[in-house]
Design a protein around this ligand. Structure first.
Ligand code: F6R
Length: 604
């Protein structure tokens, strides 16, 4: 979603800001803009609908300065056009603001400001904030921003410049990420470390309710009420190169191919052969507490929700704790009964998804214990939860998730083993699961070698208008995730059903023009799955099976290596990532930036 970049220092600011915006492109946006303090001390702004390269084309030759802020906008209030693009300026053109998030009381404030004679130049909710700052009579920029923030309700990550205070940028956070990057006599700010890591890996992540003043050689943090806060910089572990395409034609392809290494990373240093278990250092759940958990509820959105569904099954199987997953976006709105014996687990790759964060905050408010399974270290959800497991997938740039999904599921495998071994999972079973986990990186690499075959299959199925994905029990969330992946990047309509539900309705859809992708592991449900294939074949449906052995009734089978039954879901989804990728490629889709989607959904 929207992205913020800012810089104050000695270097020419415009190229730095444009580079930062390019690094945020993956989050999804529809317009971009930049403001700098020009040589004369006057603010200079350029905005453009469309891509960052269109903004770049509009930047005049003498657009030089050493302080500036920039933005990529994802339209929420008002169409994507030049006027609605950020930065926004106050009536005198002295204050500039970029804003991520949503101002809930914007309509009210706008009406009041209009009544006071303010003329608006955009339809955005953000513009009200810059007018409030511009009209404040306070003496300092910090106090002007604080006064404005007191009047607004909603979420924000903002960066503000003021012509009368040219030595500083003031930033504030409430529900939308703001990260400071500390350089040598220069300071950066961004909504995502991706925009910072090529310049500095020393960062400070603001908390909700926190603000900062950035000067070239100094920064300070404080609350919106004005009390000083302590900010200790941390080092970002991700390298700048992780954000490059590395010879692949898309980030999605790069990220799919990185999975053997990514899975190796989530396992590294965690396996304890002596006790046939794993160490999860950040869990903050001692054995006594783990034993007293009566139920586990996993919350996430989209792909992370699917990973949570697989995780719930793993926990239930290995630790025998009743577990289920629910979309966080639904959970937070249904006034859920929060039970003290239930352990809640929030799953999020970005750690910033608003629906998940809001669910966590609601749970915490009601006194629940909430753990996180998160990829981005230090992200809002990671900090809001009581402990958790980092999934160590590395940065994921493609809007659709692949390696983060796989690593999240492996992280759940570790958690399930850990909880299982504290409860009733035997040493022998612990050993068996550990052996299975260790096999994963090589098995994933083996599957990736079969890419050419999958590419051929994708070309055959790319003409379908609609596809059905089916799986049973462990295979069902795999089918759901595979169907989501296909629809997100190819725009082919896809449905996912439990194979057991076919005859209760969806069988009516089966005909030669509706291919079915069936997840058919060699587990205790193999014969039942085969019966579903028979039913489809009897209606002349085409079948692509993902299975441990060639399926006679299927037109094609992608054979995947066998692991332990509990871990099979980790492997069975991987060829279907490649299937979605090659289908979308055959259809000429913009794979890394699917229409209407953003990488990190930080608004409702
Ligand atoms: C789809 C995808 C999304 C995200 C969802 C939640 O490929 O990536 O469905 O999983 O928007 O995002 P996170 O995991 O960052 O909370």
């Amino acid at each position: 979603m929207c992205g913020i970049v800012g810089y104050i220092g000695k270097r020419d600011v415009a190229p730095l800001l444009l580079e930062g915006l390019q690094r945020l492109e993956y989050r999804g946006y529809d317009s971009a803009g930049v403001v700098i303090t020009g040589k004369s001390g006057v603010l200079k702004t350029v905005k453009a609908k469309g891509r960052v390269r269109e903004l770049e084309a509009r930047i005049p030759k003498r657009f030089t300065g050493t302080t500036g802020i920039a933005h990529t906008r994802w339209a929420t209030h008002g169409a994507p056009n030049d006027e609605n693009a950020h930065p926004h300026l106050d009536a005198d053109g002295k204050v500039a603001l970029v804003h991520n998030g949503i101002i809930d009381n914007a309509d009210d404030l706008r009406a009041k400001l209009i009544a006071d004679g303010v003329e608006f130049t955009s339809e955005t909710d953000s513009e009200v904030v810059v007018h409030l700052i511009g009209r404040s009579q306070a003496d300092t920029l910090e106090a002007k921003v604080q006064e404005a923030l007191r009047r607004i309700e909603g979420t924000y990550g903002i960066a503000v410049m003021h012509q009368d205070f040219p030595d500083r940028i003031v930033v504030a956070r409430n529900g939308s990420p703001v990260v400071l990057g500390i350089g040598d006599k220069e300071m950066f700010v961004a909504s995502d470390v991706a925009a910072l890591v090529s310049h500095t890996r020393q960062v400070v992540t603001l908390d909700d309710g926190e603000m900062a003043t950035l000067k070239a050689d100094d920064f300070r943090t404080y609350t919106t009420e004005g009390s000083t806060t302590s900010a200790t910089p941390t080092t970002v572990e991700w390298e700048a190169e992780s954000y490059d395409m590395g010879g692949h034609d898309t980030y999605m392809h790069k990220e799919i191919s990185e999975q053997p290494d990514a899975v190796d990373r989530v396992l590294r240093g965690r396996i304890d052969d002596r006790f046939s278990t794993v160490h999860l250092g950040g869990l903050n759940l001692d054995p006594r507490e783990a034993r007293s958990v009566r139920r586990i509820k996993i919350l996430g959105c989209g792909t992370s929700y699917h990973a949570g569904q697989i995780g719930a099954q793993m926990i239930e199987e290995l630790a025998r704790i009743p577990s289920d997953a629910e979309p966080a976006s639904e959970f937070r709105y249904r006034n859920p009964v929060v039970d003290p014996d239930t352990l809640y687990i929030a799953v999020s790759q970005s750690g910033e998804t608003y629906d998940v964060l809001a669910a966590v905050q609601e749970l915490k408010r009601k006194g629940a214990r909430v753990l996180g399974v998160v990829n981005v270290v230090g992200s809002a959800i990671a900090r809001e939860t009581d402990g958790g497991v980092y999934v160590h997938a590395g940065p994921e740039v493609c809007v659709v998730s692949t390696k983060c999904f796989t690593n999240t599921v492996v992280a759940f495998g570790l958690l399930a083993l850990h909880l299982g071994r504290i409860r009733d999972l035997s040493v022998a079973d612990g050993k068996r699961i550990i052996a299975g986990l260790r096999k994963l990186p090589a098995q994933i690499a083996e599957m990736l070698e079969g890419e050419a075959e999958i590419e051929k299959l994708a070309a055959e199925y790319a003409g379908a208008k609609s596809m059905m994905f089916i799986g049973r029990v462990r295979g069902y969330p795999v089918a759901r995730e595979a169907s989501l992946k296909l629809k997100e990047i190819s725009y082919i309509h896809a449905e996912a059903y439990p194979a057991s539900e076919l005859k209760h309705g969806p069988l009516a859809l089966i005909e030669p023009a509706l291919p079915t992708v069936a997840i058919v592991p060699d587990d205790e449900l193999l014969e039942k799955n085969r019966a579903a294939l028979e039913e489809i074949k009897a209606r002349s449906g085409r079948i692509l099976a993902v299975a441990h052995q060639v399926q006679e009734k299927a037109d094609h089978t992608i054979v995947v290596p066998k692991n332990e039954v509990e871990l099979d879901p980790i492997l069975m989804g991987i060829p279907l990532q490649l299937f979605a990728y090659h289908t979308a490629k055959a259809m000429g889709r913009d794979i890394d930036k699917p229409r209407n989607l953003a990488k990190s959904v930080t608004v409702e």
